[in-house]
Design a binder for this molecule. Structure first.
Ligand SMILES: [Zn+2]
Length: 103
């Protein structure tokens, strides 16, 4: 049994591709590709999420003042997301920008 290459699904007529995580459609040069699987695209939002998740996994089990501060920022991020403030028309863009620079 062999798997067919995923080309027709991933290449709409206008050349855009879809994010394999959330389904967002965008130009290929606005997506992140996986090294050994160039057919897999991640939108920038999902790529940032994967980066944060990787940092969380790396930080698990670490202790100390820096870890405590990092955990407080993560708790604050979770609160913002839970309440949907990151989609607020007045402060949402600023919160999403700030999130890029927080641990
Ligand atoms: Zn995505």
């Amino acid at each position: 049994m062999s798997a067919d290459p995923v080309t027709s699904i991933d290449l709409p007529e206008d050349g855009s591709v879809h994010c394999w995580c959330c389904g967002t459609i965008d130009a290929p040069d606005r997506m992140v590709n996986l090294g050994d699987h160039p057919e897999v695209h991640l939108c920038l939002g999902c790529a940032h999420f994967v980066h944060h998740r990787a940092r969380e996994i790396e930080g698990e089990g670490k202790q100390g003042p820096a870890a405590l501060v990092r955990d407080r920022f993560r708790d604050l991020r979770a609160l913002v997301i839970r309440r949907g403030w990151h989609h607020n028309r007045f402060i949402g863009a600023k919160l999403r920008w700030l999130d890029r620079y927080l641990p």
